[in-house]
Design a protein around this ligand. Sequence first.
Ligand SMILES: C=C(OP(=O)(O)O)C(=O)O
Ligand SMILES: [Mg+2]
Length: 544
Amino acid sequence: MSETRLSGVAVSPGRASGPVVRVAEPLGEPPSTPKPEDPQADAARIAPATRAVAARLEALSEKASGEAATILLTTAAMAADPALVSEAERLVLQEGKPAARAVCESANVFAQTLAAAGGYLAERVRDIEDVRDRVVAELLGVEPPGVPELTSPSVLVARDLAPADTAGLDRERVLALVTEEGGPTSHTAILARALGIPAVVAVRGLLTTDAKALLVDGDTGQVEVVDPDAPVLTAVVAGPAEWNGVGTTSDGHWVKVLGNVGSPADARAAADAGAEGVGLFRTEFCYLDAPAEPSVDEQRAAYAAVLAPFAGKQVIVRTLDAGADKPLAFLSPEEEPNPALGVRGLRVAFDRRDVLDRQLEAIAGAAGESGAEVSVMAPMVATAEEAAWFAERVRAAGIARAGVMIEIPAAALSAREILEAVDFVSIGTNDLAQYTFAADRQLGAVAKLNDPWQPALLRLIKLVGDAARATGKPVGVCGEAAADPLLARVLTGLGVTSLSMNAAAIRAVGAGLAATTLAQCEAAAAAALAAPDPATAREGARES
Ligand SMILES: C=C(OP(=O)(O)O)C(=O)O
Ligand SMILES: [Mg+2]
């Protein structure tokens, strides 16, 4: 360990420390050459490897409890499945494949059969893939990839995590999360915030350390090596700010303070924090792990469970934003060289209108069931023509209000025409920053460009605020920018009429608005717009 202090970008607040558990890198496909010199001996390694994996999973299940224990036991049984072993042995003996490759191919055939069976069986595909990776790792003598089963509270260290991995983290056992890659608006960061796990991303040099224990500060971005024998420190969440639950400046200018949600737990947390409604329901978060398209009834039930705490209140449901870092198995596009610039969000629906229509039917059903006042919006809209196409499909589904997200610079530049085609817009500052600065939101090396205080980003937001004023239609912000109380004032000054954020930020933003006047918000906006860089923009807004 060369450094005892590292720093990165703080993305989820709280300070915690404890022993490090590393998330191993993906293995990649084992090569099919060279042929084993002694196929009998190579084939004979397979059964013991599967037994070793099964035994380890069983041991873990004894330490776990409830659903986690059952899942581990089921996975252990899959690892020991004789059919998996005998097919892999056959591939070694008859086709001359190396053992690791043979196990990989044998498991893939099982996974395909399960996927084709659909329903409950298709949901086991992930488990087979997990078993495959564990047995392949055992044969190669390396750590299995992915988040290991944690038996005690730990600090997770990774290059990066997929959103599906982060969503599955056990908040009781993950003290903090630190990654070498990732940016402040990556979906991993967003999910860590929703789970209340302190997190720091873009920590250069993290993976080359050999620290046994780390202290992670999710407020400052500092990561420090500590004594492995020191007692574990569990994050202490700051006490909530005082806010009366009504989004308004001190002189009575209304700005709705709303929650960003992706699950029933998020929705309850947002409602408990006093959210006046939901400004962004990320429906794709319900299906990050789904092997097949959920039926209309399944979707209706899932959405109704999220809408339940908001009966009588405004909820904006976003249609599936699949693609880029949130691939959905049932909507995977062809391999793309630049997925963030590819068939993502609404673009998927142009080819799969049936999937969009089924989702809209489910949303309309869930709205009726829950009593929430539901609007629907589309992600990744580039032109007014696309916005009009979407609005027509929403209205055909019997949903009264249709909107779109402004997260592509072209859409911000066409805000006026887009607003004429829909009832409202919501600015996704995470993607708007990524596309304005040509800076991947998942990449640590360009994290600074994705700072929502960048004046160029604020200037684009102003265009949208001006268009909203001119057309008299609402404009929200539902990217992470809305969660910063000082930036919330700037956004209000730029003409934004609602702010939507993770539950933990709601009270502080509401309280911040209540402590300022609209004129002060406008002065803060003017100072930030005129600034040459993010630091000066912050400073200017603070002093206004
Ligand atoms: C809110 C946004 O959408 P997501 O983070 O889900 O891409 C955004 O891009 O700002
Ligand atoms: Mg987005």
